[in-house]
Design a protein around this ligand. Structure first.
Ligand code: GDP
Ligand code: GDP
Length: 435
């Protein structure tokens, strides 16, 4: 499930974000339309010759108030920490600079594979300029032009060659979940409290890189894996405090999970950053549980929980399906319910409905509220079938997909949810014209 990660590192203006955007392609999404996310995206998915990977532009992670050389040092360290393969980018129009050498020195110290990309080689004649860069000591320099999209294929071929061997698909019945939330909401305390519970047993894990950052435990015979425990238990590095870094880390953990626990702090209420990361979990089609932590800190009356729940529902409208649980890592209130809730959500996320049952529900729904007519054309639904799980994905064969508007789609989704337990999981409904 975990995909390899590629990080681009190099001093400012060599063209990192230009290449990042080219490799990432343009995937329009709800979350990335949110102000602040589009502006300078640093994490995305890439694909080359059937290999999927995560891509990080370390240049987008600014460690505020630090001098230039510290910034670039931190960025190189992030690349080493996060990536399986590093693209070290330099400017072919300028030759080697002190800052390039500084980055090179840091990269030498790691054993991560480094592929050297010489950017701004915009035409064939300037290819002669790349030979100087052998002096950096990273083998063959790959000439590229972000401006013209040249040389990227050869560069990515080399990147892919350096991906770690993927273990033969081992059966993994472990439910992978992550805890996502702003600093200080109590993620680390929750991990400790969950693991400290007497009915859970922490199992030994093999010493691979992947496992070292994840933690496994067993509860009622079900194995769980907490994704990126290392990221949750901070290591005290300077860049961990920057918002960009923590959002990137969270996105990576979400990609690697089946179920995401969006942790909120009851004391502070809901903030912008909470919504952004939760939006990404939704977009990625993961199971989602909203965990309101520090419930012990509120003076409560009969309406406190109801009011909090109403606020969450209005702030996170797209997460209407996510169950909400009010807990305290401190007093352990309701924590014993978490593993079973995660398991339930994971079951729903993987649920498969037979076509016959599904069609009955859809036809009943159409009988109650007939399909809309748009400009004299009436939507006709011929047949429904679930084509995928995790998240459940339903294809409706119709006369014209354009006629399935958002409101009717939502109505159908609600009818499906009334008939089957899909609590905690998004459902994707896709209209296709019948051939
Ligand atoms: P970053 O700071 O490393 O992320 O660099 P950017 O991607 O923001 O690029 C810095 C500048 O270099 C921008 O003005 C780009 O348009 C320009 N640039 C990027 N790639 C190329 C290239 O291949 N050729 C030329 N001539 N300019 C480029
Ligand atoms: P993280 O940054 O999200 O991992 O948050 P931590 O687990 O480090 O917790 C931040 C602070 O909140 C610490 O001082 C914790 O002791 C405190 N804290 C965490 N959970 C609770 C809780 O349920 N109740 C109260 N009162 N404090 C909590």
């Amino acid at each position: 499930m975990a995909q390899p990660t590629v990080a681009i590192v190099g001093r400012p203006n060599v063209g990192k974000s230009t290449i990042f955007n080219r490799v990432a392609g343009e995937r329009i999404s709800i979350v990335e339309d949110t102000p602040g996310v589009t502006r300078d995206r640093i994490y995305a998915h890439g694909e080359w010759l059937g290999h999927n990977f995560n891509l990080i532009d370390t240049g987008g992670i600014e460690v505020s108030n630090e001098p230039f050389i510290k910034q670039i040092t931190a960025q190189a360290e992030i690349a080493i920490d996060e990536a399986d393969v590093i693209i070290f980018m330099v400017n072919g129009k300028q030759g080697i600079t002190d800052a390039d050498e500084r980055v090179a020195q840091i990269l030498y110290k790691s054993d991560k594979p480094v592929v050297l990309a010489v950017n701004k080689i915009d035409n064939f004649e300037s290819r002669a300029d790349i030979y100087d860069f052998y002096a950096l000591g990273f083998g063959d320099p790959y000439p590229i032009s972000g401006a013209h999209g040249l040389g990227l294929g050869d560069l990515l071929d080399e990147v892919i060659k350096n991906f770690p061997e993927v273990p033969e698909n081992q059966p993994d019945d472990s439910i992978r979940f992550s805890l996502i939330g702003r600093p200080n909401v109590g993620k680390s305390s929750l991990v400790n409290a969950i693991l400290g519970d007497s009915r859970v047993i922490v199992s030994d894990v093999a010493g691979t890189t992947r496992d070292a950052i994840d933690t496994k435990f067993v509860h009622d015979g079900q194995e769980f894996t907490i994704v990126d425990t290392a990221g949750i238990r901070k290591r005290g590095k300077v860049y961990e405090k920057t918002e960009k870094y923590s959002v990137m880390r969270a996105m990576k953990a979400i990609d690697d999970s089946n179920v995401v626990l969006v942790v909120l702090n009851a004391e502070e209420g809901i903030r912008e950053q909470d919504k952004r990361v939760a939006g990404y979990a939704h977009e990625a089609g993961k199971g989602v549980i909203i965990v309101v932590n520090k419930w012990d800190t509120l003076k409560k009356d009969n309406h406190t929980q109801q009011q909090f729940e109403a606020d969450i529902r209005s702030e996170f409208q797209y997460l209407a399906y996510a169950p909400i649980i009010f807990v305290s890592a401190k007093t352990k209130q309701r924590l014993e319910r978490l593993p079973n809730l995660i398991e339930k959500v994971d079951d729903n996320h993987n649920k498969r409905i037979s076509s016959s049952t599904l069609n009955e529900v859809i036809m009943d729904a159409v009988a109650i509220t007939p399909t809309p007519t748009i400009k004299t054309r009436k939507l006709r639904i011929y047949y429904a079938t679930q084509v995928a799980t995790a998240p459940p994905t339903i294809v409706l064969f119709v006369n014209d997909p354009e006629l399935l508007h958002f409101s009717y789609k939502r109505y159908l989704e609600n009818q499906i949810r009334k008939n089957f337990d899909f609590k905690g999981t998004p459902i994707h409904i896709i209209a296709r014209s019948r051939k």
